[in-house]
Design a protein around this ligand. Structure first.
Ligand code: 1HE
Length: 265
């Protein structure tokens, strides 16, 4: 089925169990205006149960140039807080929605674009990708969840350095730092992201729920509370019929073994 343009600047392409959500505002480097942020929230809240995983990518040469600076305007402090909370709700809809989300990154992943990428569960970057938080040089602060999510990927020290000094990470350094989990040749991020999403779509639903909703909560809990939450989730997951049949399949020699990882060329 061809992609459907669901708002002015966002399209949705349902490829079997995988939904490909694309920012289609290449003329403005996929800068996120309010309408686009609201549309993102809407699309992630609208998946039917047959969608099992999603991919986010961006049209044109860049994944996303962040907040649409032309809309910054004359907001006062309270309006600014509501604006930030609107971003939080949209990116929470993505992070804590019904399906795991893989970001396919290329070109600029900057400011709110990095906040969007860091709300996804896995990031695949191609060699053209670069990461920055230009908020520092624009006299503003992150407002789309970046202060919560970016340090969880790369640490407080790296984020502080990026914002204080305008440091830009290229694709290789970015992958080493933890911005992305996969680094692929230029132009291949979307294909790799879809391949991963197709694999994820085959997981037991309880496993995907545990990884997207429960694991991040455990990471925020004390060790004692985390272990208790883990025990509860483990019990729920293993009691599902799907877990029983998958384990039986392995014991009866009908399921794949874990293969040794390929050695790098
Ligand atoms: C924009 C935006 C934008 C491009 N808001 N219009 N983000 C930034 O500070 C990053 C600003 N953007 C850039 O640094 C560059 O545009 C890029 C490195 C991303 C791409 O460069 P390039 O040479 O490919 O494109 P360009 O010529 O700079 O931009 C093309 C058009 O997009 C141009 O408009 P035109 O009408 O003159 O064609 C740009 O003005 C427009 N454009 N980026 C508005 N961001 C929840 S809080 C989050 C806070 C933030 O994200 S702050 C960081 C904002």
């Amino acid at each position: 089925m061809p992609a459907t343009q669901i708002s002015a600047d966002i399209s949705l392409d349902i490829r079997g169990p995988v939904a490909v959500v694309r920012l289609t505002r290449a003329a403005k480097r996929n800068a996120l205006n309010d309408a686009l942020v609201l549309a993102l929230r809407e699309v992630f809240e609208s998946f039917t149960p047959d969608v099992k995983a999603a991919v986010v990518d961006g049209d044109g040469e860049h994944f996303c140039a962040g907040l649409d600076l032309s809309e910054l305007g004359e907001r006062d402090a309270v309006q600014g807080m509501h604006h930030s909370r609107m971003w939080h709700k949209a990116l929470d809809a993505l992070q804590f929605g019904t399906v795991p989300v893989v970001a396919a990154l290329h070109g600029a992943v900057v400011g709110g674009g990095l906040e969007l990428a860091s709300a996804c569960h896995i990031r695949v970057a191609d060699e053209s990708t670069f990461y920055a938080l230009p908020e520092g040089s624009r006299g503003i602060f992150v407002g789309g969840g970046g202060s919560v999510r970016v340090p969880r990927l790369v640490g407080v020290a790296r984020m502080t350095d990026m914002m204080l000094t305008g440091r830009v990470y290229n694709a290789q350094d970015g992958e080493r730092a933890g911005f992305a989990q996969y680094l692929v040749p230029e132009g291949q991020a979307l294909a790799k992201a879809v391949e991963l999403a197709e694999k994820i779509a085959l997981n037991a639903p309880a496993t995907n729920f545990a990884l997207t909703h429960v694991l991040p909560r455990i990471a925020d809990q004390s060790a004692d509370h985390g272990l208790m939450t883990e025990a509860l989730m483990a019990a729920v997951a293993q009691s599902a019929p799907e877990a029983k049949s998958r384990v039986r399949a392995f014991l009866e020699g009908r399921a794949a073994k874990v293969e040794r990882a390929a050695t790098p060329a």
